[in-house]
Design a protein around this ligand. Structure first.
Ligand code: SOE
Length: 428
């Protein structure tokens, strides 16, 4: 079979005129995640044929000068320092929450009550009660056709979506092992300053919620199994850090000789997990692994085969297929840039890889498509609440000398009031 690998396969927009109804977006928060989301809202309609035309209408921040500058940078017509005013507007359809975790619940619940669709960064909340309130508000809003999604963006990495396809097709057979590590190094130095991600009141937890939550979501989504019980250890290696003078990127700068303040979250988490379908999981999350910049890795072993992925090589998926001839067995490295692979056909000729920002663009594509189709996108707030329950069980286990600890409630999928994502098409 010959495949045209020379050109993108998705139809391209021919004009700048909106071809379909608009979806006006208010972006709340404009730092690292806000920039990633803004880029995605701008780019998605230029590469994917969308049923609604997203328009980044307003950027909201806490400081006038910075909000104005961000709006100008992102190409948004307006800026504001008052999210409540923005949510009250009739001409805003969707609220995209990219603030630190301590504002997620208040903004999301207000937006849902005002009849706006919501995209909220991960982890959904700082605690299970907060996440439950958000999921309840989403369930009520769903009765009026409003959707809410949590930004576990790595699901939209083409190589991971391909791994999901292989697992769903049964090519690995019964899943037995999940081995997930998320390793970063930006907190390795004990002189790295105190940012909001190190403050329990603002972030909820440390490496656990910031990056471990991604691993939990990815593992459950890939396997289709939920985590029932965990045994965990948490560790804070650097208990005091210099007070932040100026934030930039994930970290920032402290003045020479700055006073030190307490780190109130974990630096690292390690846990084993038992999955509902019988799989055994081993997880590790840290922001203190020198040299590992963003090594979001997962390996899954089934009865007949395995997949392995590392975000530092995000365009590749390793696949071992036990059905291969004896003399050809071994892991193969699939370059996930073919037109037949999830999402990639809309981008570049084969072999011309994608980057971090593309997963956010795919997130927008899936969200906008779900809104137009009237289905609840995944991960819903209910699914994100279940991830929060796993995070909570990990913290309880660690506080109790790693005792095997059950997640509090059975896993739920979907949100009442709307069809579930099982009706959603494969994102190829
Ligand atoms: C920081 O560790 C961080 O930015 C996370 O918050 C993101 O979710 C992840 O994508 C990259 O790392």
């Amino acid at each position: 079979m010959s495949v045209d690998r020379s050109a993108p396969s998705a139809p391209q927009q021919q004009t700048n005129e909106p071809a379909s109804p608009r979806l006006r977006v208010a972006l709340i928060g404009h730092a690292f995640m806000g920039r990633a989301h803004a880029q995605a809202w701008r780019t998605a309609p230029h590469f994917f044929p969308l049923p609604l035309q997203p328009e980044l209408a307003v950027v909201v921040g806490r400081n006038e000068d910075r909000a104005r500058a961000a709006a100008a940078n992102f190409g948004a017509a307006e800026w504001s320092i008052n999210w409540r005013d923005v949510i009250a507007r009739d001409d805003i359809d969707l609220v995209d929450i990219c603030t630190p975790g301590d504002q997620h619940a208040e903004i999301a619940i207000a937006a849902l009550r005002a009849g706006k669709h919501v995209l909220c960064e991960k982890p959904l909340a700082r605690s299970v009660p907060e996440a439950r309130e958000m999921a309840d508000a989403a369930a009520i809003a769903a009765n009026s056709g409003i959707v809410a999604m949590c930004g576990f963006s790595y699901r939209r990495t083409p190589a991971l979506a391909l791994a999901k396809r292989f697992i769903d097709e049964g090519r690995l057979g019964q899943i037995r092992h999940v081995r997930a590590q998320y390793l970063q190094d930006w907190l390795s130095s004990s002189e790295a300053p105190l940012t909001w991600r190190l403050d329990k009141d603002r972030a909820g937890s440390g490496a656990l919620g910031d990056i471990g939550a991604h691993s939990i979501d990815t593992a459950q989504w890939l396997t289709g199994q939920s985590i029932d019980a965990v045994s965990a250890m948490l560790r804070t290696f650097v208990t005091e850090r210099p007070v932040l003078a100026h934030q930039s990127g994930l970290g920032g700068h402290a003045e020479e000789g700055a006073e030190r303040g307490p780190v109130t979250v974990d630096d690292a988490a390690a846990f084993t997990a038992s999955f509902s379908g019988g799989a055994l999981g081993v997880f590790e999350s840290t922001r203190m692994a020198p040299g590992r910049r963003n090594a979001n890795r997962i390996e899954i072993n089934g009865e007949h085969g395995s997949v392995a992925f590392d975000f530092e090589r995000m365009n590749e998926l390793e696949f071992y297929d036990g059905a291969d001839a004896d003399d050809a067995q071994g892991f193969r490295r699939i370059q996930v840039t073919e037109p037949s692979h999830p999402y990639t056909g809309a981008w570049w000729p084969t072999g011309h890889g994608l980057g971090y920002e593309h997963v956010f663009t795919h997130q927008v594509v899936d969200l906008v498509t779900a809104i137009a189709d009237g289905v609840q996108p995944s991960p819903s707030f209910t699914e994100a609440l279940q991830v929060q329950q796993v995070l909570d069980a990990i913290e309880r286990s660690a506080a109790d000398e790693s005792r095997l600890t059950h997640t509090t409630e059975p896993a739920l999928t979907g949100t009442p009031g709307l069809p579930t994502p099982s009706t959603k098409k494969d994102p190829s």
